[in-house]
Design a protein around this ligand. Structure first.
Ligand code: HPA
Length: 234
C-alpha cells in the first residue's frame, strides 16, 4: 500500500495500462479483461487487475497532466515493480494528415517542462518510447486496419493554452498531436529501466477544430486498448 495506491504488493501486475480517466480504466477492464478485481480506489483513481489471454494486467487511472501521472508511475514502479507501462489516452491532432479517430503511437514526447526538468538542469533530455513496444504496437495497429501514425508528440502542461506560438512550432516541426502525460512516463521508464509507450486516439484537432462526439469515444478507445494489450505481450 502506498500513499496514492491502496493495493497490496501482489495486487498489481507487471503490465500496467494507464488511461488518464479512472472511469476509462473501469470500462477497459470490464470490456477487455477477465476475472477483474478492484485494486485501488484511493482518491477515486480506480485501478483494476485481471487477465488478458491468461496474462495478468492492471489498468490504473493516471489522472490528467504530468504531475498526476508522475505520482502513480513512481509508485507503480518503485513500490509495485511494474515493468511494462502503456499510456492509453487521447490527444489533439496537429497535422493535416492526422484525422479524428486515428491512432498515434508516440515515438518521442517534446515538452516545455516535466516534473523531472529540475533534475536535468541545463540538459534537454529526449523522452522516447521503448522500441520493442513501439514496434509491436505498430504491427498490432496494422493488423487491426486502424489508421495509425508513428512519430513525435507534444506533452503540454496546459489544456487551455495561452501560447499558440508553441503549438505553431510543433506543427511546423512535424509533431503529430498534443496531450499532457507521455513525456514524464517515458522519463520515469528510462530512469528505472522499464518499458513504456503511449498510444493515443485523436479526439480533437487543433487545425480543423473538429472533436469526436462523446458517444463515439468508446469505440475508438477500444481499438487502442486492444493494440496496447497485443503490444505488451507480443
Ligand atoms: N490538448 C492537450 N491535451 C489533449 C488535447 C488537446 O487538445 N486533446 C486531448 N488531450
Amino acid at each position: 500500500m502506498t500513499i496514492h495506491i491502496g493495493a497490496e504488493p501482489g495486487d498489481i501486475a507487471e503490465t500496467v495500462l494507464l488511461p488518464g480517466d479512472p472511469y476509462r480504466a473501469k470500462w477497459a477492464a470490464e470490456t477487455f479483461l477477465k476475472d477483474i478485481r478492484l485494486v485501488n480506489e484511493t482518491r477515486g483513481m480506480l485501478g483494476f487487475t485481471g487477465t488478458w489471454n491468461g496474462h495478468p494486467v492492471t489498468i490504473q487511472g493516471s489522472g490528467m497532466g504530468m504531475p498526476s501521472l508522475s505520482i502513480y508511475v513512481n509508485e507503480l514502479i518503485r513500490d509495485f515493480d511494474a515493468k511494462t507501462l502503456i499510456r492509453i489516452g487521447s490527444c489533439g491532432g496537429m497535422q493535416p494528415h492526422v484525422a479524428i479517430r486515428d491512432v498515434i503511437i508516440a515515438m518521442t514526447a517534446t515538452t516545455v517542462n516535466t516534473p523531472s526538468s529540475s533534475l536535468f538542469k541545463e540538459l534537454n533530455f529526449a523522452p522516447s518510447a521503448d522500441w520493442s513496444l513501439l514496434r509491436a504496437a505498430a504491427v498490432a495497429a496494422e493488423s487491426h486496419g486502424t489508421r495509425t501514425h508513428v512519430g513525435g508528440i507534444y506533452s503540454s502542461d496546459v489544456f487551455y493554452d495561452e501560447r499558440p506560438d508553441l503549438n505553431e512550432q510543433m506543427v511546423r516541426h512535424g509533431i503529430l498531436g498534443v496531450e499532457m502525460e507521455a513525456a514524464e512516463l517515458y522519463t520515469l521508464a528510462a530512469r528505472y529501466g522499464r518499458r513504456a509507450l503511449a498510444i493515443l486516439t485523436v479526439s480533437d484537432h487543433l487545425l480543423t477544430k473538429e472533436a469526436l462526439p462523446s458517444d463515439q469515444r468508446e469505440s475508438s478507445f477500444g481499438d487502442m486498448v486492444e493494440i496496447a494489450l497485443e503490444a505488451a505481450f507480443a
